[in-house]
Design a binder for this molecule. Structure first.
Ligand code: CIR
Length: 263
């Protein structure tokens, strides 16, 4: 089986800006500390780089408080990139900022058009399909357009349901390898991962679901001992990254990068 869903030559990240204190959040659990977030971000970027990948770490964009969460701005496939159209109005401009960066790396950069909305956090690319969660940020028209745009490269898009109160599909799941997905029991219960091997997050550790497999490593938010132990037992090389500040803004490991290998 191929491993192109988790082997990446490149990643794009963006440093958090001072405006991060005004980032979107479902529930206010405190103001994020920029200093701690910067430190965690540097650790995250260094860990991606340690796998041999080229990481383009973009400068902060103070006009967009959530711009550290670059994943939501695009879908990067080997064949080309698709610029998203975020469902959060304050985040729309972030996608426009990412488009020219992607054009320096890809010859084909497509765009989701109005009136569709879709954010990268709702998209999980596996070896066999693209799963897209319909959420408060991603609508039917956005998913339809994604299906039409990726069909030219031979992909199949499957719409899945995001549990109520969960921000994005990948808030609750991650790809660990070609056939294995880490998921919260509440998401896996929907049956959307039939045919895949599923590892559940431990009870009370739902926030550990937003990890990433990046080349030989699994990057997971620090502080979820039981889920970490399950991943280590399953044979994954796990690295913990501090995520306390991003967590205040409903962000995790996947949100902080675009990961890809342009062909
Ligand atoms: C937001 O609400 O849009 C940000 N505060 C968090 C975005 C997290 N992104 C992701 O899960 N891909």
């Amino acid at each position: 089986m191929s491993d192109r869903s988790f082997r990446f030559s490149h990643a794009i990240t963006r440093a958090p800006a001072p405006s991060i204190t005004r980032g979107l959040r479902a529930v206010d659990t405190g103001t994020p500390d920029l200093g701690i977030m910067l430190e965690n971000h540097r650790h995250y970027v260094a860990t991606l780089r340690s796998t041999g990948a080229q990481v383009l770490d973009l400068g902060p964009l103070d006009a967009y408080p959530d711009s550290v969460f670059v994943e939501d701005t695009a879908l990067c496939l080997p064949e080309g990139a698709i610029v998203m159209r975020p469902g959060a109005p304050t985040r729309m401009g972030e996608a426009a900022e990412m488009a020219p960066v992607l054009r320096t790396l890809y010859s084909e950069v497509l765009e989701i058009a109005a009136p569709g909305h879709i954010e990268g956090g709702d998209i999980l690319v596996t070896e066999r399909e693209i799963l897209v969660g319909r959420s408060a940020r991603t609508d039917a028209e956005g998913i339809r357009q994604l299906g039409a745009l990726t069909a030219r490269w031979g992909y199949t898009v499957r719409e899945v349901v995001v549990p109520k109160g969960v921000l994005h599909f990948k808030t609750d799941c991650s790809l660990l390898d070609a056939e294995t997905i880490l998921a919260t029991p509440r998401l896996a219960a929907s049956g959307c991962f039939e045919g895949y091997r599923v590892i559940h997050t431990a009870e009370g550790e739902e926030a550990a679901a937003n990890t990433i497999r990046f080349n030989d490593l699994v990057l997971m938010p620090a502080g979820f001992a039981k889920t970490r132990a399950a991943l280590v037992k399953a044979g994954y090389d796990v690295r913990e990254i501090g995520n306390t500040e991003c967590a205040k803004l409903d962000g995790g490991m996947s949100c902080l990068s675009l990961r890809f290998s342009p062909s």
